[in-house]
Design a protein around this ligand. Structure first.
Ligand code: GLP
Length: 244
């Protein structure tokens, strides 16, 4: 779907998420959400916060699993996705403390494999993700599934592409300081989500949106895998749609 601007589009996405949360609460079940970081989903989160404050939207039954976290990364560092999610959403709604999860950037290397397996097992125990929110990187990545990631890739430690490191350099105070790796949910768990929404705003995303939507399905553009998902949408603004 193409919207005039990111405000309208973000509201539509937030309303879809809220409908899932309310439906699941009605059924007395958890709403299991896969969440994303980056600038793109920020307005989705602010709209959810507004709905919590003004419309009584409760997050008591919400369980979340974020896509990724830099490695290594302390939870309270400015660049940490834990910090991002707390500031953008979790600290402003009534989600129970143990209900939100992110990959752990503080683990020792030898613990990562086990952690990743457990992350997926937890999601599976809930019956999978009800909704997965995604942004798209400049090289077509989703989460930190860089080009070359397979459709059945698992949650794992990834080495970040140079373009991804360059895009993160601003946040880290220079390219040399950027984390060279990240723990990311694999493409497989994203593809298993019952509903997937990728959001993208602005001219600088247009080329990759076009490659992902209209190009060949290929590991060169991990977002192109969404063409094979039966319930995935790109919700974008007119500038991100300008190359379609
Ligand atoms: C990072 C995140 C991605 C995100 C991408 C784009 O690489 N790991 O999940 O989609 O940035 O970020 P932005 O939304 O700021 O353009």
């Amino acid at each position: 779907s193409i919207y005039a601007d990111s405000d309208a589009a973000s509201k539509a996405i937030a309303h879809e998420i809220a409908a899932i949360i309310r439906q699941k609460a009605h059924e007395d079940k958890p709403a299991v959400l896969g969440l994303a970081t980056g600038s793109s989903p920020k307005k989705v989160y602010s709209e959810l916060i507004r709905m919590h404050r003004e419309e009584g939207l409760s997050f008591q039954n919400v369980v979340t699993y974020n896509l990724d976290e830099y490695y290594p990364m302390e939870a309270d560092a400015v660049q940490s996705y834990v910090r991002f999610m707390r500031e953008q959403l979790f600290d402003h709604v009534d989600i129970p403390a143990g209900n939100w999860h992110l990959p752990d950037g503080t683990l020792s290397l030898d613990k990562i494999g086990e952690f990743c397996k457990d992350y997926e097992t937890q999601i599976e125990r809930y019956g999978g993700l009800d909704f997965q929110l995604l942004g798209i990187g400049r090289n077509g990545h989703i989460g930190f599934n860089e080009p070359g990631s397979l459709i059945n890739s698992r949650t794992r430690l990834m080495t970040l592409d140079l373009t991804t490191q360059i895009d993160a350099a601003g946040d880290f105070g220079g390219l040399a300081k950027v984390s060279k790796k990240a723990i990311t949910m694999g493409v497989q768990k994203i593809m298993e989500a019952k509903r997937v929404v990728l959001c993208a705003w602005g001219e600088h995303k247009a080329m990759n949106v076009a490659r992902a939507v209209e190009g060949q399905v290929s590991s060169d553009v991990p977002a192109s895998y969404l063409q094979l998902h039966e319930n995935a949408s790109f919700i974008i603004d007119t500038s991100a749609a300008s190359q379609l």
